[in-house]
Design a protein around this ligand. Structure first.
Ligand SMILES: [Fe+2]
Length: 198
């Protein structure tokens, strides 16, 4: 646990530095910057012994939720948040943005990421990437994706600002053909040393 804490702390220190070195004129991390953050997280995820699956239990069959988020890091000002998402399957999100940079890195199982552009009649798919161990995806604040998981999976999700603070994320409702505010974050589980919830 202490080794994990040290490795996560070092990783987040590096990510803070990477972000600071890759800002555009508007103060937003560049695409090479967020891709470098993804690569740094891939190096963390490669230290597989630090993340025993049993520490990140997914919801049981009786739980209406199909995935839990475990918080691994978050700055006092809520920037630079890292979570492990543990899923038992049947996870599917609508198309959404993040309003901050976002990175997903695989560890166990498979998480399909589909990417989209806004179009006059809603959204248009541009490409997709299957996130699994050794691979990841990197998004700038306005990038759009959806995620789809069948079966058990454990992935790392990292954001420039904690999910609880992302209260202006948008998702696309294909039925009403409108953009709405995405507020699906609740029940984040604490996984930082000394802060674990029961
Ligand atoms: Fe997302």
């Amino acid at each position: 646990m202490e080794q994990r804490t040290d490795a996560v702390t070092t990783t987040m220190d590096d990510i803070r530095r990477i972000e600071a070195e890759h800002l555009d004129d508007d103060g937003i991390v560049t695409r090479p910057g967020v891709e470098a953050i993804r690569d740094r997280l891939l190096a963390l995820a490669a230290q597989r012994d630090l993340f025993p699956i049993g520490d990140f239990v997914p919801p049981g069959d009786e739980d209406e939720r199909t995935s839990y988020l475990y918080r691994l890091a978050q700055d006092p000002d809520d920037r630079f948040a890292l979570y492990a998402q543990s899923s038992r399957g049947s996870v599917s999100t609508p198309v959404h943005n993040h309003t901050t940079w976002a990175v997903v890195v695989g560890f166990e199982g498979r998480e399909l990421n589909r990417f989209f552009d806004r179009s006059p009649d809603g959204v248009t798919k541009t490409h997709e990437h299957m996130v699994e161990a050794g691979t990841g995806v990197a998004m700038r604040p306005d990038d759009l994706h959806s995620i789809h998981i069948d079966g058990r999976a454990l992935n790392f999700h990292c954001y420039g600002l904690a999910l609880e603070r992302l209260d202006e994320r948008e998702y696309y409702n294909p039925v009403s053909r409108t953009w709405k505010i995405f507020s699906n974050v609740s029940g984040i589980r604490e996984a930082r040393l000394g802060l674990q919830s029961c």
